[in-house]
Design a protein around this ligand. Structure first.
Ligand SMILES: [Zn+2]
Length: 457
């Protein structure tokens, strides 16, 4: 195929500055829009077709088909590309996911599985999460390949197929990354930038830690009986007392390298009583007044320790029978480094009732915070400021749970480094009418191009 004049002109221009140009924004937009057309929702069996579509794009972009494996996993699939480097440094990996959350066309203004470009946005399920960054990464790899870039280390691309549901596919890929000796992971499905209402960048979050998701079951059982013959012992009443104790409990505040940086930046930016409390907490994590202020704010309480909250309750079996069983579900977001069993034991102490059982329900992998590696922080800062000069990079802890947990659990430090900057008012991820601004594409390509060049040159 003949090179389009635009590309030809660009490559002539760049003859002296090898691999300096990011991927082509129009081509990336076309790839994103075509990708949204695959309704990769759990149960519809479309993930393998989307994987094949991406593989085809990579092969057309110059990668050897043999370097790209598509591994079927049930009705889903994993994609794994290995770009062999010179081996001067240990391998690195990039992760993203190909599946999307369900979307009911009845509720959407436009067909969720047909990308629609309107008013400067691309609408469609997955346009943001995570097909945006997956497309930007694939476009960047193709650009680097075509520019003759020779990585100094192997670059692995791991795209999973069920991040939004079970996470089985990422767990498999994390093991493959471990076996390949991957030094650290860049997860394109976390981190990212914020824009103010005026469209000016507010800052960039480099995600380096995640809280552990865990559900616990608090159960009371009782022989029951007829409701016309009440006895003192009642399963619902006993569970209610235990529920009240859990509801009133606050876990000991904690801080780590990541939240220290995050709270400092947030405190400086937000100002006021809340901002002052954030800075006071950083200076002294035992400051009772600061803790009280932060605990009263839903956006801050999760940053200063483990939280547990009653979310579901079931009990009794008939309106005219004494309840034989009552069960409370407590959802916890556990601070990195704290074992899920330690939280279960603490809930048991809080309940303080031998007739109330505290057991583990659904539990995600528990992971440590990833160290803020100087090379990663420097490369991410360079990438962010290359696209948007002057923007500050701040470490961040997520509420969980992304694919990074499987990598961190195996000792592979993982960093959420999405290239997407969004206004708060444009964020509809997992929701109705998901969209991304078309103007976000070109800077995201600069972001990934700079990041990969920095880390693999
Ligand atoms: Zn996602």
């Amino acid at each position: 195929m003949k090179l389009p004049i635009r590309v030809l002109a660009l490559s002539l221009l760049l003859a002296g500055t090898a691999h300096a140009a990011p991927g082509d924004a129009d081509a990336a937009k076309a790839l994103l829009k075509a990708g949204v057309g695959f309704d990769t929702v759990k149960g519809r069996g479309k993930v393998p077709a989307y994987a094949a579509f991406l593989k085809d794009a990579l092969v057309k972009g110059g990668f050897d088909a043999a370097a790209i494996a598509i591994e079927p996993v049930g009705e889903m699939a994993n994609l794994h590309l290995v770009w062999k480097g010179s081996g001067k440094r240990p391998p690195i990996a990039i992760a993203g996911h190909m599946d999307v959350v369900e979307a009911d066309p009845k509720d959407w203004v436009r067909d969720p599985f047909k990308a629609v470009e309107e008013d400067g946005y691309v609408f469609g399920r997955g346009a943001g999460d995570n097909k945006f960054d997956v497309t930007m990464v694939v476009s960047t790899l193709i650009a680097l390949k075509s520019q003759g870039f020779k990585p100094a280390r192997d670059i692995h691309l791991f795209l999973s197929g069920d991040e939004e549901t079970e996470g089985v596919t990422a767990a498999l890929q994390a093991k493959q990354a471990k076996a390949a000796g991957v030094e650290f992971l860049l997860n394109c499905d976390a981190g990212g930038g914020a824009l103010g209402p005026d469209g000016m960048p507010l800052g960039y979050a480099l995600s380096a830690a995640e809280k552990t998701y865990a559900d616990y079951q608090i159960t009371v059982t009782n022989p029951g009986g007829h409701s016309s013959r009440p006895v003192d012992e009642n399963a619902i009443v006993r569970l209610a007392a235990a529920t009240a104790r859990i509801g009133a409990w606050r876990f000991t505040p904690q801080i780590n390298e990541i939240t220290r940086g995050e709270l400092t930046a947030m405190g400086q930016r937000s100002g006021g009583a809340l901002g002052a409390a954030m800075l006071a907490f950083v200076a002294n994590p035992a400051d009772a007044a600061a803790i009280a202020t932060l605990r009263a704010d839903p956006g801050a309480i999760g940053l200063i320790g483990t939280t547990c909250v009653p979310t579901l309750v079931t009990g009794g079996h008939a309106p005219n029978a004494l309840p034989q069983k009552a069960v409370l579900t407590v959802n916890c977001r556990i601070f990195p480094g704290v074992a899920t069993e330690a939280v279960r034991a603490e809930l048991e102490r809080v309940v303080a009732d031998p007739l109330v059982k505290v057991t583990t329900g659904q539990e995600w992998v528990s992971t440590p915070a990833s160290p803020l590696r100087a090379d990663v922080v420097a490369a991410v800062t360079k990438a962010v400021t290359a696209a948007r000069p002057g923007v500050k990079v701040t470490p961040a802890m997520d509420a969980g749970a992304s694919d990074s947990v499987y990598y961190r659990a195996l000792g592979i430090p993982s960093y959420g480094t999405s290239g997407l900057f969004m206004k708060e008012s444009d964020v509809f991820i997992h929701g109705l009418n998901e969209r991304i601004p078309v103007a976000a594409i070109a800077p995201a390509l600069v972001h990934w191009h700079t990041l990969l060049t920095e880390l693999a040159k």
